[in-house]
Design a binder for this molecule. Structure first.
Ligand code: C2E
Ligand code: MG
Ligand code: MG
Ligand code: MG
Length: 284
């Protein structure tokens, strides 16, 4: 103790930095081996219609089983993005989702109108053979494209707008729909939205948060909903946590709601049990 308190600030700071660097190094090493050990899995969170209150689709969210703990994506996705490992991991995720869709289909728990949305990194989308990879995995699991939705963010889309638009349109031709994630947090939301052929627009949860708290945010959400209506795009409100938010959103439009109020992301098999009882809808 006395020895430690006697040391000067810069030494302490250096120690801390050294520890942090060591932890980062270990994290990076663990992430690479996690890919080989197949320690990534996904959970599903439902999207609910504000009109019928029925579950229409789900978002697949990646998790990492690191020893005894489940690590959330914000703690490893940035590393994957930096190192381009995100391409391998993203591909694997898509394959797992398609495999699960095939399982749902064989169990007769896959309604025709159901979709699973997968988050796609910009690095994946800008790969030259991305479309080929997607087509291959769909073929491998005998899954039609309309069961998939791809969530992209504005920054992804804007990296190479022309190429992105071309790819989105090609993937839409095979039935895959697109949704623009975290809308409102990007820098040039409005100007590029009209160029992007997306089907859905997900209002970032930071705006949903302050419904019933901040009139300005409420007005902003109203304008985004109006914007989507004008463009013929479906609105999704993400991060819906309270009944007050649900009621406000229901009053302000026909949209999809997603958030802890309805369900946290859960394991795929639990999702089936909870939301897709056999014979709720015409099945394929
Ligand atoms: P996102 O795509 O915007 O996903 C929504 C995030 O909000 C998820 O966090 C979800 O668990 C969380 N969330 C849902 N409802 C609520 C709520 O009511 N309140 C609050 N506070 N949070 C809520 P998660 O699972 O930690 O994922 C974080 C981000 O990681 C995602 O944001 C997405 O950008 C990225 N991500 C997740 N899975 C993948 C993946 O497979 N590939 C890629 N490239 N990125 C992924
Ligand atoms: Mg998303
Ligand atoms: Mg989002
Ligand atoms: Mg988000």
């Amino acid at each position: 103790e006395s020895k430690k308190s006697g040391r000067n600030c810069s030494t302490l700071f250096q120690d801390e930095m050294a520890t942090e660097a060591a932890e980062l190094l270990k994290l990076e090493r663990d992430i690479s081996s996690a890919i080989f050990k197949d320690e990534f899995f996904f959970v599903l969170q439902p999207l609910v219609s504000s009109v019928t209150m029925e579950v229409t689709s789900a978002e697949a969210l990646i998790r990492w089983q690191r020893d005894d703990t489940v690590v959330p994506p914000n703690q490893f996705i940035p590393f994957l993005e930096e190192s381009a490992l995100i391409i391998d991991v993203g591909e694997k995720m898509l394959s797992k989702v398609c495999e699960f869709l095939a399982q749902m289909k064989s169990e007769k728990r896959l309604p025709n109108s159901f979709k699973i949305a997968v988050n796609i990194s910009g690095k994946q989308l800008s790969e030259v053979n991305f479309i080929e990879k997607v087509t291959n995995v769909l073929r491998k699991y005998q899954i039609a494209g309309h069961y998939l939705e791809f969530e992209i963010t504005e920054s992804v889309a804007l990296d190479n707008l022309k190429d992105t638009i071309k790819k989105i349109n090609e993937l839409k031709q095979i039935g895959i729909s697109f949704s623009l994630d975290d809308f409102g947090t990007g820098y040039s939301s409005l100007s590029h939205l009209k160029d992007l052929p997306v089907d859905k627009l997900k209002i970032d949860r930071s705006f949903i948060n302050d419904i019933n708290v901040d009139k300005q945010d409420e007005n902003l959400v109203k304008s985004i909903i109006q914007l989507a209506v004008n463009l013929g795009i479906v609105t999704v409100a993400e991060g819906v946590e309270t009944v007050q938010q649900v009621n406000w959103l229901k009053e302000n439009g026909n949209m999809l709601l997603q958030g802890y109020y309805f369900s946290r992301p859960i394991l795929p098999n639990d999702f089936i049990e909870k939301y897709l009882a056999p014979s709720t809808e015409p099945l394929e």
